[in-house]
Ligand binder design. Structure first.
Ligand SMILES: O=C(O)C(=O)Cc1ccccc1
Length: 325
């Protein structure tokens, strides 16, 4: 595990409230340290903003991708916005934050109610409101279609909440159940326990083995990151291409052919803000690793720099052993 210098109390932000998958990731990363204060936030953007601006905060743990429904676009867009914000007159952006580690959390969703209910009784309701974090819908789509099939006369609505735990909180505390309308949440069994709620169905995700990958951020500083033991060190790079040059994207990728570096993921998001008013331009996200000790990183980044319009290295961190589990 990557830690702050021993003995120093540390403060770690996560998407709250208690019982979220992000909370679990933060506990996995820092949980065995008695000097750690876990601080819940209301949103993923707040995690990165507070880490940047609050000198009492040391780390933030945010979801990055899910094995079933891919990118957590909220986080991707926060990285994009930070790169664009600092892009004036530079080729390389050095962001205020850096990634120092990753965590994998096994995601098993439950259908949660404020009282003990029989699953068979759901069809008697006119309306069922289901609350959850927007990332969840793509992981339980088949389950919800099947639920609708079993409750043909019921209108089943999906309502977004800031987090899965917040969904349970709302279901239990805010919504009063009427005879015709039922409020449910989709969340972990931990979240159900935190709010004394009832699990009415378990392991409802469409794919078993559903896993979310989280990134651990800190404020960028001169001290080198203490990497956990792992042969594989992964780097996360974002870049934009020279949009008027038809070779630009290929040139960036060709650099990887010239060095012993393996790309393990590539994705993109709309650039949106920059250059002003242009549609269909993208920021690319690449992750890659090199297992050779002979790697000439300076030459590699010089080449990358020459082919991109703008680039930013968010960090190099050890591949977590939970990656394949
Ligand atoms: O809402 C949560 O519990 C989160 O931590 C965000 C999230 C939602 C769904 C899967 C993984 C993470």
């Amino acid at each position: 595990m990557t830690v702050a210098s021993s003995g120093q109390p540390i403060a770690v932000l996560f998407l709250g409230p208690e019982g979220t998958y992000s909370h679990q990731a933060a506990l996995q990363q820092f949980g065995d340290q008695s000097n750690t204060k876990f601080v819940a936030t209301d949103s993923i953007p707040e995690c990165l903003e507070r880490l940047e601006n609050d000198c009492n905060i040391d780390y933030a743990v945010v979801p990055f991708e899910n094995s079933t429904n891919g990118q957590v676009i909220f986080t991707y867009d926060l990285l994009r916005d930070r790169m664009v914000r600092q892009s004036e007159g530079v080729n390389r952006v050095v962001p205020e934050l850096e990634v120092l580690d990753e965590q994998y959390v096994s995601v098993t969703h439950c259908l949660v109610a404020s009282s003990a209910l029989d699953l068979e009784s759901l069809s008697k309701y006119k309306r069922i409101k289901i609350y959850s974090h927007p990332q969840v819908w793509g992981q339980v789509d088949k389950y919800l279609q099947n639920l609708q099939y079993r409750c043909p006369g019921t209108v089943i609505e999906r309502l977004d909440t800031p987090s899965t735990s917040d969904a349970v909180k709302r279901t239990v505390q805010v919504e009063s159940q009427s005879g015709e309308i039922l409020s449910l949440a989709i969340a972990s069994n931990t979240a159900a326990k935190v709010y004394n709620a009832h699990i009415i169905d378990q392991a409802i995700n469409d794919k078993q083995g559903n896993t979310t990958r989280f990134l651990v951020f800190r404020k960028r500083c001169a001290t080198a990151v203490q990497l956990r033991d792992s042969r594989t060190k992964v780097s996360l790079l974002t870049f934009t291409i020279k949009h008027d040059d038809p070779r630009s994207l290929v040139d960036v990728l060709a650099t990887f052919k010239n060095y012993p570096v393996n790309i393990c993921s590539m994705s993109s998001r709309p650039l949106r803000e920059e250059p002003k008013g242009k549609k269909w331009q993208y920021i690319y996200f690449l992750e890659y690793y090199c297992e050779s000790n002979e790697m000439e990183w300076d030459a590699f980044y010089r080449e990358i720099s020459g082919s991109c319009s703008l680039w930013c290295l968010w960090g190099t961190f050890a591949r977590n052993g939970l990656y394949y589990s």
